[in-house]
Write a protein that binds this ligand. Structure first.
Ligand code: ACO
Length: 360
């Protein structure tokens, strides 16, 4: 058997949840094009749509699901309070890892509780480490609005909520990405949904996956001025560094999620200057990548404009991955349930290439 170390092109699951078409730059979410969902439907609509016939909740309809998720945020808030002093001493993604690890796998309301724990936990950790009181959830609000309100401690504008909701929808599910694959592997062992989601978060954390958007802002700051862009980027590639926010395992054209998120950032008045600067850096990066890596089409991915959007929403850059998790947890849960239903253990093979000990 030949070795495929990155499992590139390997089909390891059948799913009704999402389809990533890398050549056309298309993302389908349960039969719907991303562009027809983002900005047109609520996050709760998408959760119900993705989870229908896959994840058991009391209702998959938008309004009852919104109410149940609001209630789940209130329950999750009470559950995480005792863990907050310890969690707030960790980086936000590590804090979420701790909070998720504390969720028992046999909770009856587990799916919504996990979604709620990520949002409520992230907000409470950010407030606690800033020396402020955690803001309790408001069960009447939509999930995106409440997440932003709990993080910032004040009511966000309608545009800000709409833009965060667009981002969360965009990041909810994306085929068999590394964290979703992790969730499916763990679910295939019958370890339980909480374990699958906790493991998936650990995979999301890495800078080649969901850890990229914070370093995008670091890169923009390090470049500093438009004039500095090409020389800085060229030197980074010469050192063998990767440019954060560019390249993708599947997309060979611009990530369709990037266009959706870029439009959302554009609607935030406070980001105009930053967007112009970022567009300049994006063009310089694409030029330098095409020159240095001519054999590979490396385009802008979701994380580049995500970083700008979350920065404009005043979310601390080390919490960007946590916001990503607040969306992707929905997809992890659906994939874990879908995998568990197959009752098939995921267990590939390795090839031993070490030496053999001499026989005694
Ligand atoms: N910057 C510079 N070079 C890159 C980049 C990049 N961003 N991405 C790929 N390359 C280069 C590699 O160095 C390699 O070059 P070589 O053939 O000369 O050695 C070539 O392109 C192919 O790279 P692979 O590692 O085989 O590509 P892979 O499909 O595994 O990479 C990945 C996908 C990990 C996303 C990569 O593009 C990357 O590291 N990007 C930067 C991190 C990032 O933005 N991650 C977020 C991805 S989106 C998401 O997870 C939601």
């Amino acid at each position: 058997m030949s070795l495929n170390s990155g499992l590139e092109g390997v089909i390891a699951a059948e799913t009704i949840l999402s389809e990533v078409d890398g050549a056309a730059g298309r993302l389908i979410l349960r039969g719907h094009q991303l562009q027809d969902v983002a900005g047109h439907h609520s996050l709760e609509w998408l959760i119900g749509t993705l989870w229908r016939d896959v994840v058991p909740v009391s209702s998959h309809d938008q309004e009852p699901l919104r109410a149940a998720l609001g209630q789940a945020r209130c329950t999750a808030f009470d559950t995480i309070i005792p863990l907050l002093p310890q969690a707030a001493r960790l980086a936000p993604t590590e804090a979420l890892r701790l909070l998720l690890a504390g969720v028992p796998d046999d909770r009856p309301d587990l799916p919504l509780h996990l979604v709620a724990t990520v949002a409520v936990g992230l907000a409470a950790v950010l407030r606690t480490r800033a020396g402020a009181e955690p803001v309790p959830p408001d069960a009447e609000l939509g999930h995106a609005a409440d997440l932003l309100r709990m993080i910032r401690g004040q009511t966000p504008s309608g545009t800000e909520v709409a833009d965060l909701e667009t981002y969360l929808i965009t990041a909810t599910d994306h085929g068999l990405n590394a964290s979703t694959f992790t969730a499916r592997v763990v679910a295939s062992t019958r370890a339980g949904l909480g374990s699958a989601v906790t493991a998936a978060l650990c995979a999301l954390k890495g800078p080649l996956h969901g850890g990229a958007p914070g370093p995008v802002i670091d890169m923009l700051d390090a470049i500093g001025t438009p004039e500095n862009a090409e020389a800085w980027l060229d030197a980074a590639l010469a050192r063998g560094d990767r440019l954060m926010g560019f390249g993708h395992r599947i997309y060979r054209v611009t990530d369709p999620r990037s266009d959706v998120v870029k439009r959302a950032v554009g609607s935030l008045g406070n980001a105009a200057g930053r967007i112009r600067f970022a567009e300049h850096i994006e063009q310089a990066a694409l030029t330098v990548l095409a020159r240095r890596k001519p054999s590979r089409s490396l385009q802008t991915n979701l994380e580049f404009y995500t970083a700008l959007l979350l920065e404009a929403l005043e979310i601390p850059r080390d919490a960007f991955t946590g916001v990503f998790a607040a969306a992707r947890v929905v997809g992890w849960i659906a994939h874990a349930q879908e995998q568990a239903a197959t009752q098939r253990l995921i267990r590939p093979q390795s090839r031993y290439v070490g030496p053999l000990a001499e026989a005694a």
